[in-house]
Unconditional design. Sequence first.
Length: 225
Amino acid sequence: MTRVLVVDDSPQLLATLRLNLRARDYEVQVAPTGNRALTGAAEWRPDVVILDLGLPDLDGVDVIHGLRGWSAVPIIVLSGRAGSRDKVAALDAGADDYVTKPFGIDELLARIRAITRRAPAEEAPPRVDVGRHSVDLAGKIVHGPDGTRIHLTPTEWGLLEVLVRNPGKLITHRRLLAEVWGPKHVSETNYLRVYLATLRRKLEDDPARPRHLITEPGMGYRFDP
């Protein structure tokens, strides 16, 4: 049975979608806030997320970024924002489809069927261990061996996220620079040396002899679980 997580701050819409989806043999959970959506997705592992952008605690685009930190779950944005800028922002953040309110239930069901047919079979786990440290990709938090939170800057987190989402794979200098700093900085490899050294000091038992954040000379970096 396909599991659908519906995220919207309207009780009426949540009730309507829950009723219609369950009548068509979907398993449904609902979340009225962005934080509840992120927690529910990590615990319940839905097959599809239907997401409103106008949530009371987080912007929907931030929820998309949070989900994409660890999950490839298909995301259908269901929003009253009809402007092209909002659509582009949501799709660039990682949404797979965009439906504007008001909408027809038959159209939404067709979008769900289409998106689940092409959904990937596997996705990264919400938590990854880097040695004795635990990386919570959904919450964007790193915990040390004793459970204390390890502070990372946004740039350090961006680098770590790309690496741990691709265990065992060589991630080139160019890709890391483009994803974290943007395409205008793909030649600034000195950035990577500085920030990787800082990450190793925070996460490796012996930063001088890293076991998990590995340098591939002249090519890039690799996360070795």
